[in-house]
Design a protein. Structure first.
Length: 278
């Protein structure tokens, strides 16, 4: 077994940090190739079949091209569940799990929730599972994302209703009202590309990531206005935000007559979540 793990580490050491190489090695050996973790730790001598050898070489090739391991596996862990992911949707982040956790904690009595820009469906499906009394609706502009989200919803026995909707459009039905609206919209500015890791910049969908440098709050402006029409009185907005724009988000919400506004830091001590009541 030592020669297999050594091969993986040697192949990846110039691309990924040591701790990430260690994590990737275990994922490849256990989750993809199907070896027992104890055999790896004990250094058991295992010979790869021709099929598994080809599979391992393909995985290494893709990782050397900076493809995220989640896309290679086809799944990502989020909020205790496995979600199907592909290059048409973002890989769920731990910070987004904090957003979901906060919504669940504060909205046990919610009856209706809207997730705007659902991607893989990780937020909406998690909420539907954890808040079984709530009717959950989710929007996305991407048909590819909606296909993945619907697949996840069915496999995980979620109760989410998915709709194709462009939140930047003026044509939005105002017949439905919600207790909670949540969104993790595109918020990375074009100028921030220079600081991004290749496995994000080269693989994850730009449609779900980027906003113009001269309009970083593009999606938030539209959702804040929409919230005044779609939220029940006292209903709550939840946003995941770019850490650089916490103060600007507060001003935007104040200008649109929201109250009880809070900016919350994530596990990395960055401004990451904004909440407000209609």
């Amino acid at each position: 077994m030592n020669h297999i793990t050594a091969y993986i580490r040697l192949s990846l050491k110039d691309i990924y940090p040591p701790e990430e190489v260690k994590t990737l090695t275990m994922l490849i050996c256990c989750d993809i190739l199907g070896f027992d973790a104890l055999d790896i730790y004990m250094g058991k001598d295992i010979t790869l079949s021709e099929c598994k050898q080809r599979k391992l070489e393909n995985i290494i090739f893709r990782l050397q091209k900076n493809e995220p391991i989640q896309y290679i596996r086809g799944i990502a862990e989020f909020y205790g569940r496995q979600f199907r992911v592909a290059p048409g949707v973002l890989v769920p982040r731990p910070e987004t799990g904090e957003l979901v956790d906060l919504i669940i904690k504060e909205n046990q009595e919610a009856k209706s929730i809207l997730d705007i820009g659902t991607g893989s469906g990780c937020i909406s499906i998690s909420l539907s599972k954890e808040l079984p009394d709530a009717m959950v609706t989710a929007w996305d502009i991407s048909e590819e994302a909606l296909e993945i989200a619907r697949w996840n919803n069915e496999r995980l026995s979620g109760r989410v209703v998915f709709e194709r909707q462009d939140v930047l459009s003026d044509i939005v039905s105002e017949t439905q009202r919600y207790d909670v609206i949540v969104s993790n919209p595109p918020y990375v500015t074009e100028k921030e590309k220079a600081d991004m890791d290749p496995n994000v910049l080269e693989w994850e969908p730009g449609l779900a990531l980027f906003v113009p440098d001269d309009d970083p709050l593009l999606f938030y402006r539209h959702i804040v206005v929409l919230g005044q029409k779609l939220l029940n009185q006292g209903g709550k907005l939840y946003f995941e935000i770019n850490q650089a724009y916490g103060a600007e988000m507060v001003r935007l919400l104040e200008m649109n007559h929201y109250h009880n506004i809070h900016v919350i830091k994530d596990i990395f001590e960055n401004d990451r979540i904004v909440t407000a009541n209609r």
